[in-house]
Design a protein around this ligand. Structure first.
Ligand code: UTP
Length: 300
């Protein structure tokens, strides 16, 4: 392998989006449409996350889909009929919006036949990812930040050349919903911290949680994770858990945790989804003013 190729392979080029889950927390809305297509204001959840990947310099997008997820493929495809109608009606701005997303990225799809867990969904991308490090984005977490969260993580990766997972301090009473790390702080900047991870626990009880640092849905993973996931048996909830695969990886190589600068919305949960909808709408130039006025008029 030439040095140039080697160098290329240390760059993160591919972004994996697991979107094959059943979305049970959003039933009945998700009975016949994917959770990833639920709109936050006027954009489907998955588009926010794909825009973060694009803002981080990644155009090679791999989406893991399953049964009933065709709407995701249609969304990122060219829509000739719609474009022709918008063009004929002179709706230039809408036309640009509809076109821009299918022009920005190259998307590949891989199917997870059965929802056997996040770890299993990632394993399905093995052939498309190949032998290079890659990024994983979970649509449940929408992150707003000055510098795209994944771009911040790539800077950490460029220095350490090891797996990096995103971290956030969460209130103690919520800790049991997350994968939680035990780690040592190795670097600190303004609003950012890097930890060397010693251990990870999936959904610990309040008493057994090793810290208040939870793993959030952004990861940079080396290709060795695939062998680890291959060996991982079903764990909590009968699913093949990514955290179990990461624990196996930790036996072989260091993993770092990065507490990012930015605000996260948990759009995978009904209350989080509502909060994200309100806050994102308030930030919009076209809607923020009248929406703020309306909320004030509710006199809560
Ligand atoms: P979640 O547990 O948040 O998603 O998985 P879910 O299973 O769709 O939702 P609930 O809990 O039933 O409401 C995190 C991410 O992993 C993907 C999901 O699509 C989501 O983006 N996932 C999960 C898969 O792709 N395959 C799976 O088998 C499980």
């Amino acid at each position: 392998m030439s040095d140039a190729t080697k160098h290329d392979h240390s760059r993160i080029r591919k972004a994996v989006f697991p979107a094959a889950g059943l979305g049970t927390r959003f039933l009945p809305a998700t009975k016949a449409q994917p959770k990833e297509m639920l709109p936050l204001v006027d954009k489907p959840i998955i588009q926010y996350v794909i825009e973060e990947a694009v803002a981080s310099g990644m155009q090679n997008i791999i989406i893991v889909t399953g049964r009933g997820k065709n709407a995701i493929e249609d969304h990122f495809d060219v829509s000739y009929e719609l474009e022709r109608i918008l063009e004929a009606r002179g709706k230039k701005e809408l036309l640009d919006q509809v076109r821009s997303i299918s022009e920005l990225i190259h998307v590949s799809y891989v199917r997870q036949k059965e929802a056997l867990g996040l770890g299993h969904a990632i394993l399905m991308t093995r052939e498309l990812v190949g032998d290079e490090p890659f990024a994983v984005f979970l649509g449940d977490d929408i992150i707003e930040s000055k510098t795209a969260c994944m771009k911040q993580m790539m800077e950490v990766y460029d220095r350490l050349h090891c797996a990096v997972v995103a971290l956030e301090e969460v209130p103690r009473e919520q800790i049991s919903r997350y994968g939680v790390i035990e780690g040592t702080e190795v670097d600190r900047g303004v609003n950012r911290r890097v930890f060397k991870i010693m251990n990870m626990v999936e959904k610990p009880s309040l008493e057994s949680a090793p810290s208040n640092l939870a793993i959030i849905g952004r990861y940079i993973l080396p290709p060795e994770i695939f062998d680890c996931l291959e060996r991982t048996r079903a764990g909590a909830g009968g699913e093949i858990q990514l955290t179990d695969g990461l624990k196996e990886l930790l036996n072989q190589q260091p993993i770092y945790g990065y507490q990012f600068e930015g605000k996260r919305y948990d759009a995978g949960d009904k209350l989080g989804f509502l909060k994200a909808t309100v806050e994102l709408a308030l930030k919009r130039d076209d809607l923020g003013g009248p929406f703020r006025e309306y909320l004030r008029s509710l006199k809560l």
